[in-house]
Design a protein around this ligand. Structure first.
Ligand code: DOR
Length: 449
């Protein structure tokens, strides 16, 4: 089908918070108009009729590590974006801990060039903050293809780090867009590592990076955000203590100057069982924690204290992950399973569809200033995530697109399946098949928003 001008319809299109029958007129990658289902479509335009499928606003994975350049044995931009679109993602924001690190003009331009026309969806790249570039982040964050700045407060994979308050404040003082932060306290991490030398199994992981690591970093970050007035986005929060810190913020700050992310794995896996059953597959930073924390995350999610779900897709090879704890790298893949896992929760009645659409489409667009995304409405980009709510299936790691070839959710039975992923009007993924050509390009960001 000629995909430049056509009509797209179903019995269930997400329009202003409801699933309604509708037909969308798509021209030049943009939604031109929204028509009622029984009205006549413009003459001559082909109709792609998706029956009962749910046509949702195009979803965005705002936290992925696609490993290019530097680690092609784990993933690259092509394979990572293939996994993303198979999981219903219409765009991704990628992290700077590649090799070389994304910390200046040249490393960013290199990533944009590698991704353009090779990725299956559109993209933005984070600029990593370092002691060296902190004073000129305001110039770097507005470069084409840059979605903002990323700070690591505690060391994880790679060498990016701003461990002390001076560095943190300096980075936050240079620029305007929302800064994404990995908040684990480096000082506390080092103390625990020295004190727990005997830690020799993944079950130690939540103690080596304990809730206090997270609480300390988040409280230091909130203070730095308040002093500098800079908006911050706290990535992959994991503990009841952090949820309390969010709740204690003055009205209007949460969802404004401060936004928060959870991952599906912190909501769905639980210590200690995950470490006993999954071993190295469950190891990531910050760690999967015990039931009391998981329940606090669900409560915060339901009450609206959380704004975004991100996958923290962080693939490593089976061979690397199989090394003895704690020498094996932390991280797990997830961009292909994030929406399916959470849609399953929606279909089992544990989360509202309106919350899921907010967490994966509306809030990513609002908080990162992504132009044209977040809603199905005239004038918006024709980006859609389409789900067949009637299908049941099981995650099979042999069939996943990520190069790493494994998933902690292997074997999980899920309700609801991604049937189509549509980017700027082009069907890039349909029931296991990909378009003939990848046409990904940089997203446009409104950095002044
Ligand atoms: O577990 C993790 N893995 N956490 C991070 O912060 C980085 C990531 C990676 O890049 O492997």
């Amino acid at each position: 089908m000629q995909m430049d001008e056509y009509c797209l319809g179903s019995q269930a299109v997400w329009l202003d918070g409801e699933l309604l029958p509708a037909t969308l007129v798509i021209r030049g990658g943009v939604i031109e108009s929204v028509l009622s289902r029984d009205g006549a479509a413009p003459a001559g335009l082909p109709l792609l009729d998706l029956g009962e499928a749910w046509i949702l606003p195009g979803m965005v994975d705002t936290q992925v590590h696609f490993r290019e350049p530097g680690f092609p044995e784990k993933e690259d931009l092509e394979s990572g974006s293939r996994a993303a679109v198979a999981g219903g993602m219409t765009a991704f924001l990628e992290m700077p801990n590649t090799k070389p690190l994304t910390v200046d003009e040249a490393s960013l331009a290199d990533k944009v060039a590698r991704a353009t026309g090779r990725c299956w969806c559109d993209f933005g790249f984070f600029m990593g903050a370092t002691e060296e570039n902190a004073h000129r982040l305001h110039e770097l964050e507005v470069l084409p293809g840059c979605c903002g700045v990323k700070i690591f407060m505690g060391s994880s994979t790679g060498s990016l780090l701003l461990a002390d308050d001076d560095g943190l404040r300096r980075a936050l003082s240079h620029g305007h867009s929302r800064v994404a932060v990995h908040a684990e306290d480096e000082g506390r991490l080092r103390q625990l590592k020295a004190a727990l030398e005997q830690a020799d199994h993944p079950r130690w992981h939540p103690r080596l990076r304990d809730p206090e690591c997270a609480r300390l970093a988040v409280s230091r970050l909130l203070e730095a955000s308040e002093t500098t007035g800079r908006a911050v986005h706290i990535l992959h929060m994991t503990s009841a203590e952090e949820m309390e810190l969010l709740r204690a913020l003055p009205k209007g700050v949460l969802g404004g100057r401060v936004s928060a992310e959870l991952t599906p794995q912190h909501l769905l896996l639980e210590a200690p069982a995950c470490y006993e059953e999954l071993g190295w597959r469950a190891v990531m930073n910050p760690p999967i924690r015990e039931a009391i924390h998981r329940e606090a995350l669900w409560e915060a999610l339901r009450e609206g204290s959380i704004h975004i779900l991100g996958s923290d897709h962080a693939p490593h090879t089976v061979e690397e992950k199989g090394r003895p704890y704690p020498t094996a790298p932390s991280g797990m893949p997830g961009t292909e399973t994030m929406l399916p896992l959470m849609m399953d929760q929606v279909l089992r009645g544990r989360l509202g569809l309106n919350r899921l659409v907010a967490l994966l489409a509306e809030e990513p667009a609002r908080l990162f200033g992504i132009s044209g995304k977040g809603r199905v409405a005239p004038g918006m980009r024709a980006d859609f995530t389409v789900v067949d709510p009637g299908r049941e299936w099981a995650v099979d790691e042999a069939l996943l697109q990520s190069r790493c070839g494994w998933s902690p959710f292997h074997g999980q039975r899920l309700r609801g399946k991604v049937s189509h992923t549509i980017v700027r009007g082009q069907v890039v993924y349909e029931n296991g098949r990909f378009a003939t050509e990848a046409k990904g390009r940089p997203l446009d960001f409104d950095h002044a928003h």
